[in-house]
Write a protein that binds this ligand. Structure first.
Ligand code: NDP
Ligand code: OXD
Length: 306
């Protein structure tokens, strides 16, 4: 069996070593133009040329959860596209989102500012019930985030394409319930895949439907958010601010207004990093299962884009 590795922006060597150790009978090599035909590919944002040269791939294993970069390519017809299923990411995502929600609700930024002046002063206590959190996307990551927020007694709303029953979470499904979901939420967390249906989903029209004093946490993809609309709604006072981990252009350009906006917190696409060893173990397990003709979890439905 031959495995080709093609992950843009990723140091190849540790991955190659890990894959070779776990698959001692396979040939595992980094892809380069003209490379021999492989059975499976391990990829992150590969070039179209790689897919064009590998028409016989059986499995294309993405080293992340989001497959939007792959969905933009022409892929070999018979290849199954397989995403990472958690692999250590959901706990990080729960940590990141809980931190952002708590930092906002408990107004920790104001205490950071006061410490600089050695000023001992409390803010008026806020009511958790006034800060319902709405999670768009109740998949592997969204559900874990919802459960973590419930541990802190925040009211949580979840919105997904199909209806979900998660303990303690008010469920909304489909376009028909989207406006009700927004109206019921004050803090909005985006954990959707980026697809033609979800691109620009956070724009003036939709963000205006959040409760006044709304707050946006985008940990999915930059293409979900219309940057200028977010800034306008914060500056007008309808939104209180945002924590953003993902951007239309990454790295976020130095002159982008998000960097210096006093009510926007920026992190460099780090909310849930791929955990290499756990991911290699998951991918290898799936390659072997596929070779045995068994079904594998996390196969992307290319017709819906996730
Ligand atoms: P899943 O595929 O498990 O879940 C996606 C969820 O979104 C599902 O609940 C799905 O609904 C819902 N959804 C999809 N399309 C629609 C739609 N049109 N309307 C309503 N709901 C919709 O994905 P994950 O939870 O694993 O990951 C989510 C995203 O998080 C990834 O696609 C990626 O972009 C991002 N991500 C970001 C990271 C970071 O570091 N910032 C790290 C990892 C992922 P249903 O359940 O009904 O299918
Ligand atoms: C992912 C990501 O999709 O890292 O896994 O963004």
């Amino acid at each position: 069996m031959r495995i080709t590795f093609c992950c843009t922006g990723t140091k190849a060597q540790p991955w190659l070593e890990g894959l070779r150790a776990a698959l001692p009978d396979a040939t595992v090599e980094e892809w380069a133009p003209g490379a021999p035909q492989a059975d499976h590919a391990v990829v992150w944002a590969p070039p179209q040329a790689m897919m064009d040269e590998q028409p016989g791939l059986k499995g294309i294993f993405n080293i992340g959860a989001g497959v939007d970069a792959l969905m933009r390519l022409q892929l070999p017809a018979r290849a199954a596209v397989v995403r990472l299923d958690d692999a250590g990411m959901s706990v990080q995502m729960a940590e990141y989102v809980c931190h952002a929600v708590i930092r906002h609700f408990r107004e920790f930024a104001s205490y950071d500012a006061r410490q600089l002046d050695a000023k001992w002063a409390f803010n008026k206590q806020l009511q958790r019930a006034d800060f319902p959190v709405g999670i768009m996307g109740m998949g592997v990551l969204g559900e874990r985030v919802a459960r973590a927020l419930r541990q802190f007694d925040y009211p949580v709303n979840g919105w997904s394409r199909s209806a979900k029953a998660v303990d303690g979470v008010r469920g909304f499904a489909g376009d028909a319930q989207f406006d009700d979901f927004l109206a019921a939420s004050r803090i909005l967390v985006c954990l959707l895949p980026l697809t033609p249906d979800t691109v620009d989903i956070m724009r003036r029209e939709t963000l205006s439907k959040l409760r006044p004093g709304g707050y946006v946490i985008n940990v999915a993809r930059g293409g979900h958010l219309v940057d200028a609309d977010l800034i306008a709604l914060i500056d007008s006072g309808h939104l209180a601010g945002a924590t953003l981990d993902v951007f239309r252009t990454e790295p976020l350009p130095e002159d982008h207004p998000f960097w210096s906006h006093p009510r926007i917190t920026v992190t460099p696409h780090t909310s849930a990093r791929t955990v290499r060893d756990e991911s290699i173990a998951q991918i290898v397990g799936k390659i072997l299962a596929m070779e045995r003709g068994e079904p594998v979890a996390g196969v992307v439905r290319t017709d819906r884009g996730y």
